[in-house]
Design a binder for this molecule. Sequence first.
Ligand code: PLP
Length: 477
Amino acid sequence: MQMIEVGDLTLSPGKGSRQSKLFHAIRSKIVSGLWSNGGKLPSTRKLAQELSLSRNTVIAAYEQLAAEGYIESRLGSGFYVAVELPEQYIDANITPTGKVPQTPHLNVNAPFAPGVPDLAQFPHAKWQRLLQCHSSLTSLLGSQDIQGSKELRIRLADYLASSRSVVCNSNRIIITSGAQQALSIAVMATLKQSDSILMEQPGYTQMDKIIALLGLDKQGVRVHEKQGVDIDAILQSRSQAVYITPSNQYPMGTAITTEKRLKLIEWAMAGNRWIIEDDYDSEFQFAHRPYTSLQGLAGQMGMDGQVLYIGSFSKVMFNSLRIGYLVVPEHLVEPCLMIKDALSGDTPGHTQAALADFILEGDLLRHIRKMRRLYQDKYQQIVRSIEYYLGQHVEVISQPAGLHVTLKWQQGIDEQTWVSRAKEAGIIMRPLAYYEHLHNENVRSWHSVVLGYGNVALGDIDSLISSLAMLFHAKKK
Ligand SMILES: Cc1ncc(COP(=O)(O)O)c(C=O)c1O
């Protein structure tokens, strides 16, 4: 039962009794759907006080509304907006506010939806405890540091240095609303309207949206199957920046070698160009030790002045946490903070405090280690199942890393049809076309889809791939 907040209820000026004006004011709220069915009206005493009316006036108005079926009186409980409203049927074009339009529901976390970690494995109880510890701290209720909690930035600097060799201190870190906001800030802080940016092709669609929104000139850099991003094309380019996922290219699942990373750093330094490094899931490498981050490599040579490093807790914890981070050269800290301030202001304080403790108490590392083993098992299972059910047609082209596999095939069903069939069966796959943003380029002669295995239980992978194989082979209707 929802209590109705009287809000702006006022009696109209002019002729008529107060009782009649109150009747019409409430009636109009109900008829227009602003006071929804089943909502509890304030007591007659409270409403009389709020509107400076006599209690008898309110009682009489309520009785009239009840007599006409707009509200009902429940013994010992009060007055409620009545369910059966004649006007609701007559006034069909009024959409009651507060009701979400009924759109077909797409479960964005359905099996194989890319980008979702194993949500069931997260240590919920521990996280709840940490949140609760901080929930009574009055200091966290006020405005927070725009840059993000100092405590969290210190913990994060330690974590990034040890796990990704990122060269930074807490003053160079900005806590953001997911990597998404970090990417927006990075672009806005470094590029002007007339500048151009190199974007991996295929590449991360969320980044493409930012570039389009800001109206920047976008140049595509081809990402080749297994070889990775075309470094020579970048080295020949005069663009002012490059967006790159060097450790696990999204979505092709390739990595660039240290030698190529060094060339890229030289290119940026020589032309005062920017490297925007998105290191979104490097914690999960199954075949070898992860490459040192590009920022870390540049930092070791004192050449990190042109690199902006971006990461996220979406994969190592859970998506709806909405916490990411940006590590920038010192001279970019202030410009980035101005942009963050304008875009969103500060970041929720309790979440940051709990996260700082989660890192300090070793829970983040414990969770990552556990998940690395589990994701590796899932990766091996999905590759086995794909080989078993689809091996004659489909090949896995992405490296053993991260939370997704990228599949390729030449003959048979087209990617869009397979994706649509899977969707009808409650499975989400992404066609490679979703990540291709330069539509004037040569059309591919092969098909490809991306499958995220993060949020699929290990034991369910085989049967889901078997279902997908049946949809792959099914004859056209
Ligand atoms: C390439 C890439 N970057 C970053 C992210 C993380 O984004 P966010 O922190 O906004 O959830 C993802 C998540 O899927 C991704 O695929």
